[in-house]
Design a protein. Sequence first.
Length: 527
Amino acid sequence: MNIQNKKIDNRRGFSTIELLIAFAILLVNITGILLLSSGVQGQGQGTAALLYQGQSVSVNSETNQEAIHMAQGLLEKARADSREDFNLVNPYTGSNPSGPLTYTETLNVTQPDFFTKEVVSTVTWEIAGKNFSSILTTLLTNPEAINGGDTCGSVLEGDWTNLQKTEYEFGDDILNDTSSGFPITAIQTFDKKMYITVNNVNGNNDETFFILNITDSVLTNGDVLGKLDNSPGAISEGLSSVAVDGTSYAYVANAYDSSPKTCIENHNCAQLQIIDIGNPSNPSVIRNFKVDSSTSGNKLANGTSVFYRNKIVYLGLANATSGPELYILDVGGGGMGGTPSSPIVLSSIEIGNGINAISVKDNYLYMASPHSQELKIFNVSDLSSPASAGNFNSLSGSGNGKSMYLVGSKLYLGKTVPNTGNDFHILNKTNSDIALPELGGKNFTSSINGIIVRNYLAFFITSNGQFQTWKIDDPTNITEYASPLTLPPGSGGGLQGTATDCEGNYIFVGSESSNDKGYISVITGGP
């Protein structure tokens, strides 16, 4: 630490009064900024700065150390939150009284890219009308998200009480195809690309899988990087869900319910399809994968949902009268020799109903279902032998588990109507080996088809064609944060929200009309 001070001349004959004056100058002439450098343990390197604003202020080293300790504490909590869930690291401001002083603690968080957060911890205080600050900074990374993980930014930028929406008809505006069809079933965004699936049972289009460039928030025909027909030579039901492993492969749930169930594995006889997306301009199906679960009418139980994590694929099916509804597949990470072109079934789970949504975090598998228990939970620490680990069954009404989102110790569950109780539930999943306790909920009188949670806000897409924004930091007092947006094609069009995902500060929403036209809305905070 360097302190600028008057040089004391210790020449022989220096008078006592001159010495006293020199020492007085040393004590009072501390001005400007005093910089400290230190290594910060954890992810990245940190820099510390202790700022003294004003002049002629004596420095209390004990107060300084206390402020630095507080700033370090903020960073340590941010690191711990990051290890639990990258989306828990968000801006914070609070006061911390200590003795005669009250310190103001501020955590500023910015995201230079989808996988990194820059965190600045600042502690300020005031003495005798002078302001002081202690500052620490570090970088936190999210390596788990690099291979197909969540790229939604939890840091809210802009005014989210003033939502901005841009609408596109998927066929006309983006594909330059005015034919009917293209009802969007799923959206997966990852690292400036959007992967879209279409179920065209009532349409006349062939393509059912699309890759779009989303480097900016404006979508045009020029942003279509590639597309394919998952069932060439026939217009079939198409696809219902998509998950990607980053930039190599997409795993899609096939909605085609083949008949008979004894069909030979091919594009019309497979609940899972694996698509090579290494060359976005020329995606290609490298494997159709059939599992032997069937429904009444001698048909295969079609694929309804899919989730990818750490080279493991979790495939959900419609309600099967014979066979399980959930399959866990090794595509390179289960130690059984599976690959994307040759998946291997590690295990399966029969839950007694279809599966609408799947999520996996740590060692737990979560499934939203029309089952009497709207949420089913399994411990998958041993992928070859999943064990039941809990459930949630709303006591306030029926309804079906439809959508969910996980952040930290909370699970956000959306349900369908009719439902006499809440359509939205906030659950504590800290201990998933028991029935999950409910922290709070809300009745919206419409099905919640999709959920995005960012910091203290939850965003819903609903069956009545709305995009809703709610403040959820107090689960016992959930309040509307912004006026609902009407999704295209507008009220009276028989529309509903069908899919949603988020990247950075943008939320992408798929909706469809009564005549099966698909739409995409790009939503962000206002200026």
